[in-house]
Design a protein around this ligand. Structure first.
Ligand SMILES: [Zn+2]
Ligand SMILES: [Zn+2]
Ligand SMILES: [Zn+2]
Length: 433
């Protein structure tokens, strides 16, 4: 007993005291004790959790709401967070699924609501809804865009995807007003919005601009790439992605016969790490769904080294006569990978199946939506857009598909695959947040 008291006394002298929970042996700083009422941090947290559990008020705003428009409104509506004991039950499914259920008569209601939100100063709510609508539907959103322009809001630029001529002319007018002195608007945002409109008149406008800056590359043509296109040698629009898109649905058990086997080990090895290449997917082009892909051989394998691609800017793979993915000698600078890179490398367990129906090519414009793995469509850039140049013919390669880290061993990030059909070369890149 004496020894015990001595111990306590020596602790008190150095400014430490025991936690006041009965069964806890932790010794804590006096400063901590004064903040927690004498408890150690874990006990304090437990106390809070218990209190929270006993007193929390669960509010399910979605209860008995069946109308998708109402569900969407509730989902985006700003919640009162002033009471920490109020817990809003989250919507149990990804909200994108509700958007996909909207029918033709629902959309005008949501457009009306979005405009109301903009008028009420709830810009973030309005833009969140607009992003979903523009990503999923090819409809006329002029009313929303006019409202956004009236408050000088051009971000994100892809909201202007396929905007109508009146909006386009309005943007062009603002750009020319600005040239004559009015510097209040952000020119870059206007350029990017215009690139997203991307119709014939816009293409001509960009062609003019790039002619003027010749022989220097025009900095503004960069914006067209952000919108997924570039000017070809004849000053025509060349798309860097396919407007058809099929998503790749994750299955934990592979079906007995897989038309397009995914995540399988390839035949060739990576000359850098000596591991087998991974076939992200082997596409069978006799499948009618894939007729949009420019490729003349019966098979097309998108392969990469999943270990080395994480540490390189890009990983090239050649595609042989059989459509198999093999090592490419264009991979010339071996990346420096940390030692643990090998330990983390695991074979892939999931299997991806091409969806029966196509989905919007722009589904993944906002890269935070679920189920991003897809063939075709627009890339879901997490960072800045990063189209690859073919090392053989130097043309910009076409985006052919992406594989979400969630569907592979890495758990996060996205693998993007680009293709030059002419040179039978693919390039894989990886981005993460
Ligand atoms: Zn304790
Ligand atoms: Zn490798
Ligand atoms: Zn090429």
């Amino acid at each position: 007993m004496k020894v015990f008291l001595q111990n306590i006394w020596s602790l008190i002298k150095v400014g430490k005291i025991p936690c006041r929970s009965t069964n806890c042996k932790a010794i804590i700083l006096r400063r901590t004790a004064s903040e927690t009422g004498g408890y150690c941090m874990p006990c304090n947290r437990r106390k809070f959790e218990e209190f929270d559990k006993a007193n929390r008020k669960d509010i399910n705003l979605f209860e008995n709401v069946m109308d998708p428009v109402e569900i969407i409104k509730i989902y985006h509506q700003p919640k009162d967070r002033s009471d920490p004991l109020m817990h809003y039950t989250p919507y149990p499914y990804p909200i994108e699924r509700v958007y996909e259920q909207l029918n033709k008569s629902d959309i005008p209601k949501l457009i009306f609501y979005t405009i109301n939100m903009l008028e009420a100063g709830e810009k973030d709510v309005a833009i969140d809804i607009a992003i979903e609508l523009v990503s999923l539907f090819n409809l006329d959103f002029t009313a929303i865009l006019e409202k956004l322009m009236s408050i000088n809001e051009y971000y994100p630029a892809y909201l202007f995807r396929a905007a109508r001529p009146s909006i386009r002319d309005n943007i062009l007018k603002r750009l020319s007003d600005e040239e004559s002195g009015d510097e209040t608007l952000s020119r870059n945002q206007l350029f990017e919005a215009l690139a997203w409109v991307g119709d014939k008149k816009v293409v001509r406008w960009y062609a003019e601009k790039s002619k003027k800056s010749f022989p220097h590359p025009s900095p503004i043509t960069d914006h067209t790439k952000a919108a997924g296109w570039e000017l070809d040698k004849e000053s025509n629009r060349r798309n860097l992605y396919y407007s058809m898109c099929y998503n790749l649905e994750k299955q934990t058990k592979p079906p007995s016969h897989q038309i397009h086997p995914s995540f399988q080990s390839g035949n060739d090895h990576c000359r850098w790490c000596k591991k087998k290449l991974t076939n992200l997917i082997r596409l069978d082009l006799s499948d009618k769904r894939l007729s949009f892909i420019e490729w003349t051989k019966p098979y097309l394998t998108l392969g990469t080294c999943l270990r080395c691609v994480d540490y390189s800017d890009r990983y090239f793979a050649a595609i042989d006569e059989n459509g198999d993915s093999i090592w490419s000698s264009y991979n010339n600078i071996e990346p420096e990978a940390p030692e643990w890179a090998d330990e983390l490398f695991e074979p892939l367990k999931n299997c991806l199946v091409l969806s029966c129906e196509p989905r919007s090519a722009y589904y993944g414009l906002n890269c935070w939506v679920p189920n991003l793995s897809q063939i075709g469509g627009f890339p879901s850039w997490i960072q800045h857009y990063d189209y690859q140049h073919c090392p053989s013919c130097h043309e910009t390669m076409i985006f052919i598909g992406q594989f979400s880290g969630e569907d592979s061993w890495s758990g996060d990030g996205i693998y993007y695959v680009f293709l030059c059909s002419k040179c039978s070369l693919s390039a894989t890149t990886y981005q993460q947040s």
